[in-house]
Design a protein around this ligand. Sequence first.
Ligand code: GAP
Length: 524
Amino acid sequence: MADKEYTDPERMEKIVSLCKRRGFIYQSAELYGGLNGCWDYGPLGVEVKRNLKDFWWRRNVQEREDIVGLDGSILTHQAVLTASGHVGGFSDPMCDCLLSKARLRADQIEPQSGTAYRYSGASEGEWTVERNFAVLLREGQNENKARKTARQYYAQFHPNKSLSPKSLELQGETTSQEENTTSFNPENGSLLTEAREFNLMFKTQMGASSSEDDPNAVAYLRPETAQSIFTQFKNVLDTSRMKVPFGIAQIGKAFRNEINPRNFTFRSREFEQMEIEYFCRPGDGLRLTDEWLENRLSFYEEIGLPREKLHVLDVPDGERAHYSEKTYDIEFDFPFGCQELEGVAYRTNYDLSKHQEHSGKPIEYFDEATKEKFIPHVVEPSAGCDRTVLALLCEAFDEEEVVDSKGKTETRTVMRLNPRIAPIKAAIFPLLKKNEDQVRISREIQKELGRFMHVFYDETGAVGRRYRRQDEVGTPFCITVDFETLGEEDPDLKDTVTLRHRDSMEQERVAIADLLPHLLKEIR
Ligand code: GAP
């Protein structure tokens, strides 16, 4: 059983650095100091993301008769999100650090124990300030630390901004023992404000003439892709003639004004979701939730996340979203701990009922078999595309000691990405860039394979170095055109190439004519 508490910050640092160095993921607006919680996918990252989305779409839409697709608008009518409960309730509890002004998610603060040093104010000569403040000291910390922190806090109210906090006299010091409190900032011990609700949606104004106060002009960037599926349910039903049970799938951007974006792309403000709303009869909801859970676990295994690193959390009563009667969180062992990858939720008929009620239009389904009318229930497997990409990158990253051709030991960095997901499927090298025949044949192979997959041509540097460059970005196959390909060493080997496998580093001879079927089998 894996240790769910285990973290490896050093490994995570290496992954983030590789992502930037090799063009997987960059901080958004890095040129201007970065836009917090937003990320840009570089030339390799965009391929990984696209491969993941294409594979998800193929498995969930194209290979199934009971699921159809949708691409809804990102800008969302406020009535939709009022009906769904997002306008009134899509919020996180937030509090502020009185000292640093950092904003924290109140429900994510680790409980701490220690001695709270409390003050009623401070003075300096004639000047005084009366405000309650406190600092939590953990066992073994010196009480002067509390006084220093308190002086820093009170100094911000002094009119002389260059005054040393040391000149302040603290007022009314008392202490109390605190057990498992979440009222102090774990970073600096400072007291936090009371928690208050913070709506996570991005609000915007629509139309050229809109004024900020015009309620009719308000729209939101969608916080989940699900709502356009619910509001288009009737249209899809009428135009596609699907019969319950059936699903509507969507991949697209969602936006949340997260209080604390963190862990690289894991919690972002702009991210992509891959969601299915699977509509069913009321009595089938719980069974289908279990079935979807298994289906989704298999999917993750198919793209290279091992089963032993995936954990299922049966979310207890009181912790599920307001619409859910049952939720499983699929969690993955990231280097920063075991965290949610996907939620599989039984949303009952909550959303369709709400949209029927608020719009005043019938959204019922007529069952031909039983001649009954009902509002379908729904099971929702909702995956994060960016989180899955991150999990795949974290899982793929590896460093191993290898001995080079000169007998020297070196560290090989290799991204062991599943070939389905790898950004470049095959790299093609002429052994010598000055050999015109090798270059010509390599270019022909590049052109032929490039019609079916993303390939890369490289002729610079020693072949060993070219292999290493490809290992680092996860290219599963390298193809080298050499003298044997030209038939110069052995006529039997004419028109064959060296196919080198990334993970084992083994090499085999393959006929050029067999390359395409061979690779297609591996990457599909
Ligand atoms: N429609 C249901 C829904 O949106 P959710 O658990 O809030 O449920 C589903 O989100 C998935 O979307 C999560 O499991 C996660 O993979 C992804 N996700 C949610 N918030 C995210 C964020 N701030 N950054 C990246 N991915 C996020």
